[in-house]
Ligand binder design. Structure first.
Ligand SMILES: Cc1cc2nc3c(=O)[nH]c(=O)nc-3n(C[C@H](O)[C@H](O)[C@H](O)COP(=O)(O)OP(=O)(O)OC[C@H]3O[C@@H](n4cnc5c(N)ncnc54)[C@H](O)[C@@H]3O)c2cc1C
Ligand SMILES: NC(=O)c1ccc[n+]([C@@H]2O[C@H](COP(=O)([O-])OP(=O)(O)OC[C@H]3O[C@@H](n4cnc5c(N)ncnc54)[C@H](O)[C@@H]3O)[C@@H](O)[C@H]2O)c1
Length: 458
């Protein structure tokens, strides 16, 4: 069989592959990019884009139903139409896919190959029975939902299939109280479903400080979402037209019946069917591809970018992986993985946003720190908006006065966390924000105020 040769092969059109293909092509490098599914990967098709479109609809529904205290009464019935919500989402997605298709098919030096790539040797992959080889290979294969054992005989939903529903579930049981569970849980509650979240751990969002997890649980309960902690969902079966789940727990009923079940119990990398056994590329024990500070694997002609390297699980980290590789190839200033600060938000309402370390991690590391906190109930703009749930916390290194991290839970937190992110990238002390004049009335204006007198962390 004849092998087609390229300078570079990229596997996957998620958040890193397409910009890398464009940059390689611009530099005259003959590049093949291979995709087995829809162009754009998880974020565009079944991740950030569709969920944030749904979150927007859910917030409109919530506001429509809850504005009486602000003097706005809705006299008629409020109807949530999931068909319309889905159609709007499909249009937004199609627009992104079309843009990507145009770029990947109309750019000189890029060949788009549709199909599943599998390594046959260290320089060659096969797709639909054809072989393609290249000097350099970049893997950007992403991840998928982890399905715990015990669910094989039940029609469960994942982040993919739940976005295809056209009718609102009567009772949605969600396995997992992480980002995916919480975003879908609040959204479907606001659409009108009864929602139960089962979390095996002793709190929601287990990476966050306890008070944030507790506040989110309180906000969710107030909206009528049933949260069961210390409740491991171990199996599910069909019972008539309902689904019965079995729960290992110390409190509450050991079974629960609902109309639908969503599995949001973590993600796994798409590295198991990639033929990596035909190469010497090393994986960690969870299947993530091991990379160095420049995202190179243990083979010096293969790199891994995005979720599949286990170094980030977000669109911005996958895109930053592209920036790192691109700078190593073409730019004077070389970027590295170790330059990156952890940052993310969960787009619940109000959102929670985080950068750097939290209090728990700082204590575990034994770092001497100062702490500045403020409840949203003491923020004028939040009071004016009638959205006073949540709190802000900033942690400062006692020795250097540099910010170690911040967690914000509150209206608009996903935006003003960037004041702290940028300060950390500037490597500037917290006093820069303390002494800045921010616009009134905003939540951001309280950040200088809360930094006026940080307390020693006891
Ligand atoms: C429900 C949900 C909501 C999310 N919301 C957010 C959010 O709000 N903000 C955020 O930052 N992140 C969010 N994420 C995470 C974000 O979607 C991912 O971190 C991001 O998409 C990872 O990009 P990637 O490039 O690594 O991989 P992906 O986007 O997963 O792309 C990988 C591509 O590779 C293809 N592929 C895999 N194997 C092969 C093969 N063998 N041959 C050919 N092609 C292959 C896949 O089909 C896919 O198109 C969310 C995720 C989910 C599931
Ligand atoms: N806003 C965002 O940026 C965003 C949104 C959604 C997803 N994501 C990405 O997707 C990734 C995965 O999200 P996720 O929420 O699926 O995973 P996660 O790891 O964040 O949370 C999964 C939760 O499920 C629980 N769990 C596991 N098995 C269980 C069982 N059998 N019964 C009950 N609980 C169980 C775990 O204890 C954990 O708390 C995130 O790491 C994130 O990177 C990001």
């Amino acid at each position: 069989m004849a092998t087609k040769n390229f300078d570079v092969i990229i596997i996957g059109t998620g958040q890193a592959g397409p910009p890398l293909a464009a940059s390689l092509a611009k530099n005259g490098i003959k590049t093949a990019i291979i995709e087995k599914g829809n162009l754009g990967g998880t974020c565009v098709n079944v991740g950030c884009t569709p969920t944030k479109a749904y979150v927007a609809s859910a917030r409109r529904a919530f506001i429509a139903k809850n504005s009486e205290p602000l003097g706005v009464e809705v006299k008629g019935e409020i109807v949530v139409n999931l068909k319309t919500i889905k159609a709007r989402k499909d249009e937004i997605i199609q627009d992104s896919r079309d843009g990507l298709h145009k770029m990947l098919t109309e750019t000189e030096n890029i060949s788009l190959i549709k199909g599943t790539a599998k390594f046959v040797d260290e320089h060659t992959v096969s797709v639909n029975g054809e072989n393609y080889s290249a000097e350099k290979i970049y893997i950007n294969v992403g991840g998928r939902a982890r399905i715990p054992e015990g669910f094989s005989n039940v029609p469960f939903l994942t982040n993919i299939s739940i976005l295809e529903l056209e009718e609102i579930p009567e009772h949605l049981i969600i396995v997992g109280g992480g980002y995916i569970g919480l975003e879908f849980g609040q959204m479907f509650r606001r659409f009108g479903s009864k929602v139960t979240i089962l979390e095996s751990g002793d709190k929601l969002l287990k990476r966050e400080d306890d008070e944030f997890a507790e506040e989110i649980a309180a906000i969710f309960k107030k909206e009528g979402i049933d949260i069961r902690l210390n409740s491991e969902c171990i199996s599910a079966k069909k019972k008539g037209d309902q689904i019965e789940v079995k729960i290992e727990c110390t409190e509450g009923a050991p079974t629960l019946t609902g109309s639908h079940i969503l599995i949001a119990a973590g993600r796994i990398p798409n590295t198991d069917d990639l033929g990596l056994d035909k190469t010497k590329v090393k994986l960690d024990k969870r299947g993530y591809i091991k990379v160095n500070d420049e995202l190179q694997t243990n083979l010096d002609h293969i790199w891994a970018l995005g979720d599949c390297n286990g170094e980030g699980a977000f669109t911005h980290t996958a895109y930053n992986d592209f920036q790192i590789v691109n700078s190593q190839l073409f730019q004077e200033k070389k970027r590295k993985l170790s330059d990156r600060f952890l940052c993310y938000a969960a787009f619940i309402d109000p959102p929670i946003a985080r950068v750097g370390m939290n209090e728990k991690e700082i204590r575990e590391k034994g770092i001497k720190a100062k702490i500045a906190t403020r409840p949203m109930s003491k923020v004028a703009r939040a009071k004016e908006m009638g959205e006073t749930q949540g709190m802000l916390k900033i942690l400062i290194d006692d020795k250097t006065d540099k910010v170690l991290g911040a967690t914000f839970l509150g209206t608009g937190a996903d935006e003003y966390i960037h004041t702290i992110i940028d300060l950390m990238y500037a490597d500037a002390p917290y006093t820069v924000i303390r002494d800045a004049v921010h616009i009134h009335p905003t939540v951001s204006e309280l950040i200088p105020t809360m930094l006026e007198n940080p307390k020693p962390m006891e």
